[in-house]
Design a protein around this ligand. Structure first.
Ligand code: ADP
Length: 447
């Protein structure tokens, strides 16, 4: 379902024209209002008059997270404080949080893009939304809340954590839609199974999951466990929060539409900053075309993915593939780069394993070591583990040994790194308490 069919299906030539018109206004706006941009562009010898359309965007310098930190807290705001209606912060996953502001119009836009996202995810006016994203400085809770209200839904502002209460609400209130992080959806799926809550006693139909990287493996787990259709929502506070892009429910697995009438995306080479063609992986960079309080030009998100048009989709907006990870979360082990999502993707066709895992990196002497701890699938574990602990059932121990070797070989063949694999019983690896879950433990840090 569309929230705004005319804009979501606007022919690309018209979208380009709209973006160009908006960009031309924007560059003048920020040049006049934000000293950071004026100084940086003057230094680079580029003037807003030289930006004649979206095709000139690549001539402008990038804006980096460090630039936001250097102007902390409000130095990048383009309006006086009395025109700012709200402040949010990034979650601070990678250091000191950055501070962002919204005018009334920006909040309106925030609601609109989240309404579009929810509609694309399957939600309809009149449905009830269980919003388990954190409310507060984090943009997730309030962003989706406003979007749901704009769409005409009934929102339960549950926020993150307090899993018992979440389960009670899911059973008693019967929401059709849930939004939360994918790791928390896993947690809820697991609790429902453990407590023998029949899935058909829940009324859930759709889940809108984001704020951290995830793969098809987790999608299958939560779709099956909750009997729902789960889609990806992406966003970051520096651009607006959630609702920068959204996967359409009928096109699951083929990428998320970036609402590019407001957020213009580019993919650039992480080393040279050169703009890369459709389909190539690189760093995602965004320019906000319509924001007032905190517009950003060519913001270097550090997220790695690709952009491409899906000519089979009714929506004309460009798609982004699933985020592989953040450039600064990329692990470099003995010269090979990898993201934890690559390990997650490899267990897709190993049904005996569950997508609860941790990647532990350590250093022994001069050598970096990686260990993967991963849990057995609970159904498989029931048959297998009691026998293992009895130590006398060699055939089951042999099964685990084979599974371990199988995964280690798959990792070596696909990622190119020898990793130690340890298969663990259920519930031995940390779960999400409601927010983002860190799946990598890097013991080398500070060494
Ligand atoms: P922080 O960067 O401090 O975590 P935010 O809460 O603004 O601050 O989170 C934005 C970041 O979360 C993105 O830059 C990206 O790394 C991650 N993220 C958000 N949505 C997704 C998603 N759907 N898939 C993968 N990563 C995501």
């Amino acid at each position: 379902m569309y929230f705004d069919q005319s804009i979501e299906t606007l022919p690309q030539s018209q979208l380009r024209q709209l973006q160009s018109d908006r960009l031309k206004k924007l560059v003048k706006y920020v040049y006049e209002r934000v000293p950071f941009y004026k100084n940086k562009w003057d230094e680079a010898g580029i003037h807003p008059d030289q930006i004649k359309g979206i095709e000139d965007l690549h001539r402008l310098p990038f804006t980096l997270k460090t630039d936001l930190r250097d102007t902390y807290p409000f130095g990048m705001f383009a309006v006086p404080m009395d025109q700012v209606s709200r402040i949010h912060c990034s979650s601070g996953t990678t250091g000191k949080p950055t501070v962002v502001g919204y005018t009334k119009n920006d909040l309106d836009l925030f609601a609109e893009v989240n309404a579009r996202s929810l509609a694309a995810a399957g939600a309809k006016p009149g449905m009830m939304l269980h919003n388990a994203y954190g409310y507060g400085l984090f943009t997730g809770g309030l962003g989706l809340h406003a979007g749901a209200e704009r769409l005409g839904m009934n929102v339960i502002p549950v926020s993150g954590g307090m899993t018992d209460r979440q389960l009670m609400i899911l059973q008693d209130f019967g929401p059709e839609v849930i939004c939360c992080t994918p790791s928390y959806a896993q947690r809820l799926t697991e609790e429902i199974r453990k407590r023998n809550i029949p899935v058909d006693s829940l009324n859930l139909k759709y889940a809108v999951l984001g704020a951290e990287p995830w793969t098809e493996v987790i999608r299958h787990e939560v779709e099956k466990g909750l009997n729902i259709q789960a889609t990806n929502i992406y966003g970051l506070s520096e651009i607006i929060g959630p609702g920068v892009s959204q996967e359409a429910v009928e096109e699951r697995g083929t990428g998320s539409h970036v609402w590019e009438d407001h957020f213009f995306p580019e993919i650039v080479n992480p080393d040279t900053g050169e703009v890369l063609p459709e389909g190539k992986d690189g760093v995602l960079v965004f320019t906000t075309l319509t924001k007032e309080a905190f517009p950003v030009i060519r913001y270097w998100t550090n997220d790695i993915c690709s952009l491409y048009y899906d000519r089979d989709s009714q929506r004309t907006h460009i798609k982004m593939g699933q985020i592989k990870g953040r450039a600064d979360d990329m692990l470099i082990i003995r010269g090979v780069n990898f993201f934890h999502t690559q390990v997650e993707a490899l267990i897709e066709d190993i049904p005996h394993l569950a997508p609860h895992y941790q990647v532990i990196v350590s250093r022994e002497g001069a050598m970096d070591q990686v260990e993967i701890k991963i849990e057995l699938d609970p159904d498989y574990q029931k048959e297998t583990l009691p026998a293992i602990s009895a130590e006398d059932n060699l055939s089951n121990q042999e099964n685990i040994r084979q599974l371990t070797n199988h995964l280690a070989k798959k990792i070596k063949d696909n990622i190119g790194i020898t990793m130690k694999v340890e298969i663990k019983p259920g519930n031995s690896i940390p779960r999400s308490e409601g927010g983002k879950l860190s799946r990598v433990v890097d013991l080398r840090k500070g060494k």
